[in-house]
Ligand binder design. Structure first.
Ligand code: NOJ
Length: 488
């Protein structure tokens, strides 16, 4: 049994977790100082979004050196210390690996001899490809008159993974961090690594309606999820091996997503399943999603679930604070490895950002990236200085940790229950009821979960002894917004 099957991953956005340097930006020593909290909470692994040197145009996803630490976050020595301390507490460390693109300030991009490490086209853009962040995905370089492709910002040119030198250099990055003791990687933008070599136009999306992001106006059939990407997935997995975890960011329909487990299990251990994020919050829809995903999993594949991340609105804002408790119970009682986004365990909601405070280039993701709330001190204990993004209102860890009704207590209880229950950790999933606002399912032989996805009371569709409720008490019927775990 590999640790990550029973484990829970906790995503940390390093800029916003804990500042130790007094500059209003979180850092590695800050994270290290908070590891005992994470151990107390009961998670198993931390995933750090990028901490490498970067001009921070896309907050670390624009990298200038894949094998170093940005001085904003600390040093390699700080990183080694963080890994050692985490391991000492029984926590694993997962790094973000960003193979699809670099910063335009990366020495490779500035090296004329490495022109074929990127995707250049003589003259004007050869096709209609659009950047994920909107606007053309080709940028014309005034000096050479040539254009280069960027799936994201123009400051993030895409690497040419068809070039063996790129491949060797980027696989070497994995080896560098493995040698430093990391326990796994979350691979960024996995599905975009290869583009059509003929550079054909992407077709229009027939389902596009104005108001949707510009990127969705085309179907990215020639820029994402090419069949050949699977070969790179396998090459990465071969380096990462069986003892470390390979998580892959794959936004794709379920049937395409599950291909990233690879032939014969030679792909990612966990292609991230984001489908709870887009599914309507109704018992029928969530129930149908779980069924579809469970049914699509290839032989031997281990499922996983995500409620939120640094790119999408927070769960508490999507479903409201009362239902966020129900969502926590869902996340931590489904079959598969959960990824928990920092602050969701406090019930943090999206924080309104005034126009003059906005820093995210174009995607408006600032509201979900605001500082972690620790205590009643200045800036909620996050920093002694003005934080890079405003701290949201609401209770922090200190106020919630001993309150039996707090979101934090609920998360901690759920995590403990999951850890101690073979049914919840590994038992088979079976839908019991998905109608009239209530989703109920069995896990293993003796455990069931019933979730009321409405604010109104509902009959409890399963008999048993309640072991945990989102509410105090727990009775013969479900209160509005109540979820319960039962022994059956
Ligand atoms: C996905 C990351 O999660 C997002 O934050 C980033 O902007 C893009 N990939 C580009 O690296």
């Amino acid at each position: 049994m590999t640790w990550w099957r029973r484990g829970v991953i906790y995503e940390i956005y390093p800029r916003s977790f804990q500042d130790s340097g007094g500059d209003g930006v979180g850092d590695l020593p800050g994270i290290a100082a908070r590891l005992p909290y994470l151990q107390w909470l009961g998670v198993d692994a931390i995933w750090l979004t990028p901490v490498y040197p970067s001009p921070q145009r896309d907050f670390g996803y624009d990298i200038t050196d894949h094998t170093a630490i940005d001085p904003r976050f600390g040093s390699l020595a700080d990183f080694d210390a963080l890994v050692a301390q985490a391991h000492g507490l029984g926590l694993r460390v997962i790094l973000d690996y960003v193979p699809n693109h670099t910063s335009d300030q990366h020495p490779w991009f500035r090296d004329a001899a490495k022109r074929d490490w990127y995707l250049w086209h003589p003259g004007d853009p050869p096709n209609n490809w659009i950047s994920v962040f909107g606007g053309p995905a080709w940028e014309r370089d005034p000096d050479s008159g040539q254009s280069y492709y960027h799936a994201y910002l123009r400051e993030q040119p895409d690497l040419n993974w068809r070039n063996p030198a790129v491949r060797a250099a980027m696989l070497g990055v994995l080896e560098f961090w493995i040698a430093r003791g990391v326990d796994g990687f979350r691979v960024d933008a996995m599905r975009q690594l290869l583009k059509d070599p003929l550079w054909r136009d992407n077709p229009p999306n027939p389902d596009y309606v104005p108001g949707m992001p510009e990127y969705d106006s085309l179907l990215p059939v020639h820029t994402a999820d090419l069949d050949e990407v699977q070969e790179i997935v396998a090459a990465m997995r071969a380096v990462i091996g069986d003892d470390r975890l390979m998580v892959a960011e794959v936004y794709a329909p379920i049937e395409r997503l599950v291909r990233y487990y690879g032939e014969g299990g030679r792909g990612a251990h966990l292609p991230l399943n984001f489908h709870l994020i887009g599914t309507p919050w109704r018992a029928e829809d969530v129930g149908a999603l779980i069924e579809r995903y469970e049914a699509a999993l290839p032989e031997g594949a281990w499922p996983n679930w995500v409620l939120g991340n640094h790119d999408r609105p927070r769960i508490a804002s999507r479903v409201g604070p009362a239902q966020a408790r129900v969502a926590a119970m869902l996340l931590l009682t489904l079959r598969g490895t959960p990824t928990l986004y920092y602050g969701d365990e406090l019930g943090m909601a999206d924080v309104p950002i005034a126009p003059h405070q906005a820093v995210d280039p174009g995607m408006a993701r600032d509201p979900v990236r605001t500082p972690m709330r620790w205590d009643a001190g200045p800036h909620a204990g996050f920093s002694t200085a003005e934080p890079w993004l405003p701290v949201g209102a609401g209770q922090g860890v200190a106020a919630q940790r001993d309150d039996p009704r707090s979101m934090l207590t609920l998360y901690r209880r759920l995590l403990a229950l999951r850890r101690d229950s073979d049914d919840l950790a590994e038992g088979a999933y079976r839908t019991l009821h998905a109608a009239d606002g209530v989703l109920a399912y069995a896990r293993g032989e003796r455990t069931a979960v019933a979730l009321n996805l409405t604010g109104e009371p509902r009959p409890l569709p399963v008999a048993g002894e309640i072991v945990l409720s989102t509410h105090s008490g727990g009775g013969a019927s479900l209160q509005g917004d109540e979820g319960v775990v039962l022994t059956i």
